[in-house]
Design a protein around this ligand. Structure first.
Ligand SMILES: Cc1ncc(C[n+]2csc(CCOP(=O)(O)OP(=O)(O)O)c2C)c(N)n1
Ligand code: SF4
Length: 491
């Protein structure tokens, strides 16, 4: 097969044990993917690859060093503008480009970026505004629209609670020092062409040593918008642009003598709370935890308090897409149904597709202190990297449940039981490959590993399919069948 040369990019992206990968880690339809291509093209077409130093963020853009064929420095989350300041000062002849997301720049790193802009540091900042935290699973960012649902604003962002969307270009436009400030979008072909011209401009300004440049790019995140690529692009145009109008806010090179241009677009727009419905199971759990009533037939309240005498800590780990986070949520929800204190704490790898995912769950009759689980009582592993990473940390007397496909090169520590369960194989055998996590829930039940009533686990499982009710009965059935099959194996 003929490989297509992509200007400014490496021929192959040998990341994460995939030595000849030709695809990026971005989800289909992701704005980052488009911008990555435009940035690489601009850098190469202007002949700047040997002069360019990219400062990479923590966020979905974290892996640009695998893609852009130029020099790179990785910065901690939110610190790319601070790191770029150092690079630009230490290497005044370089073309320094910081690449940041809206959580990275607009939240934790806002003051770094703002002060760098205020000082007029000589670097260009490419700022991806996809209205939420992409990499960590779609939480609210400062740029989240009013009324937009995210995992942390399940009823839509309410300005009374979480403020109004942050307009980075408009705020930076109050500063004296920036040389260029603009906002573009990559939601359709016309906009992509405009974005490309603006990205080239950022490179040119840095090549010519002009000064600080801020380019905000509105970008779709289909995965966390819970939309297909076309609808996500539409959302960018119809909703995001209403809040964040496109345009050049300032271009000092546009006027003779380097004077500031007054060509800023009208600021602010009439904003109304706009409900943007999206599916969000985690948020539902949180809201439910905040005081929902027991459903008819729910396990008796407080039952768990009596049964569970001590705190239990769980770690669930596997690949993204194996339903590992939902499995953890089921256990947390089952504990909530029993009026226990509970906590679910997800952790994501840098890749939304096929990367690692894990979550910690704590279930306790007392109030819970630390949310992170360093030494679990129970570890559930759906893949080999998880086993290798977490098995050694399981508490003495603890339990490791691992899928049978996972090679166990090293036994868990002494005093820790190991149960190998054919969850993936059984799910395939039952004709529902995606239900391997339901098999694992059945294994937890059979091993009596949660300290929770079987009925609570079952009810939590059903509740997790509230938005897909057609799957409830099927999962209930395979939960029972799997439990029976596992009990028979034990017998
Ligand atoms: C100091 C620190 N805090 C929090 C995190 C967790 N974290 C990683 S990426 C991220 C948010 C990324 O969102 P954004 O910057 O909008 O980029 P996107 O993934 O949407 O491109 C967070 C909170 C971290 N890695 N380091
Ligand atoms: S989660 Fe969103 S921002 Fe991240 S790669 Fe996927 S589509 Fe892009």
């Amino acid at each position: 097969m003929k490989t297509i040369e992509q200007k400014g990019m490496y021929r192959e992206f040998p990341r994460c044990g995939k030595p000849h990968a030709r695809t990026t880690h971005y989800c289909p339809g992701c704005g980052h993917g488009i911008v990555n291509k435009l940035v690489a093209e601009a850098c190469a077409e202007l002949g700047l690859q040997d002069r360019t130093i990219f400062v990479d963020p923590v966020g979905c853009g974290v892996f640009t060093y695998y893609y852009w064929d130029a020099a790179h420095i990785s910065a901690a989350h939110g610190r790319a503008s601070a790191a770029a300041t150092g690079v630009a000062r230490a290497r005044p002849g370089a073309v320094t480009i910081a690449y940041q997301g809206d959580g990275d720049l607009g939240a934790i790193g806002f003051n770094n970026a703002f002060q760098a802009a205020s000082r007029g540091e000589r670097f260009g900042c490419i700022f991806i505004n996809n209205s939420l935290y992409g990499m960590t699973g779609g939480q609210m960012a400062p740029t989240t629209l009013e009324g937009e649902t995210t995992t942390t604003t399940p009823y839509g962002r309410d300005p009374a609670l979480t403020g109004h969307p942050l307009h980075v270009c408009e705020v930076f436009n109050q500063l004296q020092a920036p040389f260029y400030i603009a906002r573009v979008s990559v939601a359709d072909t016309k906009r992509i062409m405009q974005a490309k011209a603006a990205i080239r401009k950022v490179f040119e300004l840095q090549r010519d040593g002009k000064g600080y440049a801020m380019l905000e790019i509105l970008a779709p995140c289909p995965t966390n918008f819970r939309m297909d690529a076309q609808k996500a692009a539409r959302f960018c145009i119809d909703e995001m642009e209403r809040e964040f109008p496109l345009g050049v806010f300032r271009d000092r090179s546009a006027q003779a003598g380097g004077e500031e241009s007054a060509a800023a677009p009208a600021q602010g727009s009439a904003l109304a709370v706009r409900p943007v419905p999206r599916f969000n199971s985690c948020a539902e759990l949180f809201s439910a935890s905040a005081g929902a009533q027991a459903a008819d037939g729910a396990p008796e309240r407080g039952a768990g308090m009596a049964r569970l005498s001590k705190e239990l800590r769980f770690k669930f780990a596997g690949y993204g897409g194996q339903g590992i986070l939902s499995l953890g949520l089921c256990v947390a929800e089952a504990a909530r149904l029993e009026n226990l204190h509970t906590l679910w704490f997800p952790s994501y790898g840098p890749e939304q597709r096929g990367g690692s995912a894990s979550c910690s769950v704590v279930v306790s009759p007392q109030r819970i202190g630390a949310p992170s689980v360093e030494h679990p009582d129970v570890l559930v592993c759906m893949n080999q990297p998880s086993y290798e990473r977490f098995a050694a940390d399981v508490k003495p007397g603890g339990l490791v449940i691992v899928d049978e496909t996972v090679p166990v090169a090293k036994e868990p520590p002494e005093g820790v039981r190991l149960r190998r369960v054919p969850a993936i194989a059984m799910a395939e055998e039952f004709g529902v490959p995606k239900a391997a996590n339901t098999m694992m829930l059945a294994a937890l039940k059979v091993c009596k590993a949660t300290g929770l009533a079987d009925a609570s686990l079952e009810e939590a499982l059903c509740a997790s399919f509230k938005k897909k009710p057609q799957l409830i009965e099927k999962n209930r059935e395979i939960f029972h069948r799997a439990a029976k099959a596992l009990e028979n194996r034990n017998a």
